[in-house]
Design a protein around this ligand. Structure first.
Ligand code: ZN
Length: 202
């Protein structure tokens, strides 16, 4: 993946509570950290990010995103992540409105728009997520802010052009890369398709 030119590795952490599935804990983060200098982006699909965000940062996470749906004191959580030396992001599920983030847009480093419901790989892209991306781009311009917009779920060669044109800065791809016969080529192809879509943008 590093040779294919990816800019970061997105690590999905699931706790079996917030989502009905388990994935990895900090030993995996530590292991990945030892073999690459690529930035490690951690998506915490867990109910208690206040306890575990610092643990993942210590293990090697460069950026950490927490779900809007579980944070009772979101402003405090975001500052806490930044105080631990990582970039802080907020994730919104498909049923969560983008504008609920309006009060924290000036704090966050990035917004992660879920384009599937979290919990499993290989799901179908939910088209309304691009309307949220456009709304966030508009709001960022209006307020002169500079957070990045990330999208996660169901992105592949068939919709990467549309995703790029909507204004997404970071694209997460799982199945469309790792279920392809040549993952490195899949990364290059999607990158090229995104670049071409942007150069065609008027
Ligand atoms: Zn994710």
């Amino acid at each position: 993946m590093e040779k294919a030119g990816i800019s970061m590795i997105h690590v999905d952490i699931m706790d079996g509570h917030f989502v009905p599935n388990f994935t990895m804990g900090t030993p995996i983060t530590e292991s990945i950290r030892r073999i690459t200098n690529v930035k490690l982006d951690h998506h915490l699909m867990i109910e208690d990010p206040d306890t575990y965000a610092p643990v993942f940062i210590k293990a090697g996470a460069d950026s950490v995103s927490v779900h809007y749906e579980v944070c009772r004191n979101l402003d405090r959580t975001l500052h806490m992540i930044q105080d631990h030396g990582a970039k802080a992001g907020v994730v919104i599920n498909p049923a969560t409105r983008a504008m609920l983030l309006d009060e924290v847009l000036d704090i966050i480093d990035f917004v992660l728009v879920m384009s599937v419901n979290p919990g499993y790989g290989g799901q179908k892209f939910i088209p309304n997520s691009l309307n949220k991306v456009r709304e966030l781009v508009r709001r960022r311009d209006e307020r002169g802010l500079d957070f990045a917009i990330e999208i996660d779920g169901g992105v592949g060669p068939e919709n990467i052009a549309e995703v790029a044109r909507a204004g997404v800065d970071w694209v997460v791809a799982g199945s469309s890369v790792f279920r392809s016969p040549d993952p490195a080529q899949a990364v290059r192809d999607m990158e090229q398709a995104a670049r071409e879509a942007l150069s065609l943008k008027v």
